[in-house]
Write a protein that binds this ligand. Structure first.
Ligand code: SF4
Length: 435
């Protein structure tokens, strides 16, 4: 008999919510925004495909506390418990694992999640019997085909060497099954997610995405991505779909193919994506708008040329001028086609000064993205940039940028006037010729 497996997205005892998918599965604590647990839904699909009786308990979405989770587990009870964990939610993960271990001292308890490579020992000490290192989606299902190995650290590359690289990252994301969203209360998140690719070839020195998902861009075939988006539309009818690729538009040919397929297939669900500003162009944005793209996220990070160069975002201060000018064009084009823009910048970077922050604030005022998000820089493990500034200094640096963020937010909340509404309607009619 195959084992019964319960996959848990565990709660946090603190006021913040664990967003274990955040920062490319390195995880964060959130006061609002949460990604649906894509890793759990895909791992569940892969386990189910291999004959395992799997269920998911998403205590974050349903706001269950740990005692209620344990009561639910007692009701089942599963043969094996898998706990989604991440570096940024370590305290919440440890607390949950310790409580489950006390309640189920004889049940194997496997901590999993691509972002736990740097906190694995703490999870074992907290009470996990096994910690699965690397991308878990295929490896857990394979591992459960045999009797469980002795407790300790397990490497996905030892379990499925042909599927993972030396760091335990999936070589070919197209091997993954579609997520079993029906096992997850995804409606509580308000949207569904798709990974069209993993990794990125760039070398921005502050980037946690490439540490978590790899320094090489690995796209799925555009037809597979289009099929998955259509399948979500037909099967779940989400209010919107978020593409989780860190660089959605890096390969223009690939992106334009995907857009063509979506247009031909009558795809109409609003969708969002993220990429570097330089990856977009006027024609692409027009076609994105015509297929229902409503939001693009742009990591601008800073408008100070020296700082952009020192972050590895651009090669030189000279190149930064082009980068900032091109970003203006992208934001203006997106706005023209009815796509809203979210501009992300960082504060608390090593050596960052108030003058540099002020340059960025001035630039953002001229840029006029729909929203500005000023985020404290976090020095995730293995990031070459170095430590963040102390909290007090970061808070001081945040003030000018938060002011711009509040201004943009207030403007975005205003009800559009008659002329604006009319213009948007005309744009939509005009875009139909590209659909
Ligand atoms: S382009 Fe984006 S994903 Fe790639 S290294 Fe830079 S910040 Fe990271």
């Amino acid at each position: 008999m195959p084992p019964t497996l319960l996959l848990l997205n565990a709660p946090s005892a603190a006021a913040t919510l664990p967003n274990r998918e955040g920062t490319a599965t390195f995880g964060t604590l959130s006061t609002g925004f949460l990604y649906p647990p894509h890793t759990l839904a895909t791992t569940a699909a892969s386990c189910r495909d291999r004959g395992i009786d799997v269920s998911v308990l998403d205590a974050v979405a349903t706001r269950l506390d740990i005692d209620t989770c344990i009561a639910r587990l007692r009701h089942l009870p599963p043969d094996i418990i898998g706990v989604l964990s991440s570096w940024g939610t370590l305290d919440a993960d440890r607390t949950a694992i310790a409580a489950i271990r006390r309640a189920f001292p004889h049940t194997p308890l496997i901590a999993l999640g691509a972002g736990i490579r740097y906190s694995a020992d703490e999870l074992l000490i907290a009470g996990a019997t096994h910690v699965l290192l690397g991308d878990p989606e295929l490896a857990l299902a394979e591992m459960l085909q045999q009797p469980l190995p002795s407790p300790g650290l397990l490497r996905v590359r030892d379990i499925l060497p042909q599927a993972h690289n030396h760091a335990g990252l999936l070589r070919h994301p197209q091997q993954l099954p579609r997520p079993a969203w029906e096992l997850v209360p995804w409606q509580k998140y308000g949207f569904l997610t798709v990974f069209g690719s993993r990794g990125c070839d760039e070398r921005c020195k502050y980037c946690a995405y490439v540490v978590a998902h790899g320094h090489s861009y690995r796209p799925r075939p555009s037809a597979a991505v289009a099929d998955e988006m259509l399948w979500l539309q037909q099967t779940y009818q989400p209010a919107r779909i978020m593409l989780r690729d860190p660089v959605f538009a890096v390969d223009r040919t690939h992106t334009m193919q995907l857009l063509k397929m979506l247009r031909q297939a009558d795809f109409h669900t609003p969708w969002e994506c993220e990429s570097r500003p330089e990856h977009f162009d006027t024609d692409m944005l027009k076609k994105m708008a015509a297929t229902g793209c409503t939001v693009i996220k742009l990591g601008i990070e800073s408008a100070d040329p020296q700082q952009l160069a020192s972050l590895g975002r651009v090669l030189s201060a000279n190149e930064a001028a082009h980068y900032l000018a091109y970003t203006r064009r992208v934001v203006a084009d997106a706005s023209r086609f009815g796509i809203r823009t979210r501009a992300f910048v960082m504060v608390g970077l090593p050596g960052q000064t108030l003058a540099q922050v002020q340059v960025t604030a001035d630039y953002l005022r001229q840029l006029q993205p729909t929203f500005v998000h000023a985020r404290p820089y976090v020095a995730y493990p293995h990031i070459p940039l170095g430590p963040a500034q102390p909290d007090a200094a970061t808070r001081k640096l945040l003030t000018p940028l938060q002011t711009v963020a509040d201004e943009r937010h207030a403007i975005a909340q205003r009800r559009p006037g008659i002329l604006q509404r009319l213009r948007l309607r005309l744009v939509r009619l005009w875009l139909r010729q590209f659909a």
